[in-house]
Unconditional design. Structure first.
Length: 101
């Protein structure tokens, strides 16, 4: 049985839904951050699958670009999370009430 684009899209949709549910349900900022990364990985799988389906390198090019953006986002995001956890002594999203104003 050969893998088709449908298999990759199903995997991507499952990963994206898992990540989305993690963002919506969890209160730990580290888990939310990891779920956003999981959602970006799902998008990369979709881009590569469509690139393979059309026999072009556009999907892989876009995926490479999003990986670079994800790396920059991870560096900045982890620095922000580290700063917030040091300031509030917690990683619970509900405790960051100072960010609402």
């Amino acid at each position: 049985m050969a893998l088709t684009v449908d298999h990759y899209l199903f995997l991507s949709a499952a990963l994206f839904i898992i990540g989305m549910m993690g963002v919506l349900i969890r209160r730990n900022i580290l888990i939310i951050f990891l779920c956003v990364e999981l959602m970006m990985t799902a998008v990369n799988i979709t881009l590569v699958a469509f690139g393979r389906e059309t026999n072009t390198l556009y999907g892989q090019g876009f995926a490479l670009f999003t990986i670079a953006v994800a790396a920059a986002e991870a560096a900045v995001g982890l620095a922000i999370i580290l700063m917030l956890s040091r300031r509030f002594r917690s990683v619970d999203v509900d405790e960051f009430t100072i960010l609402r104003d």
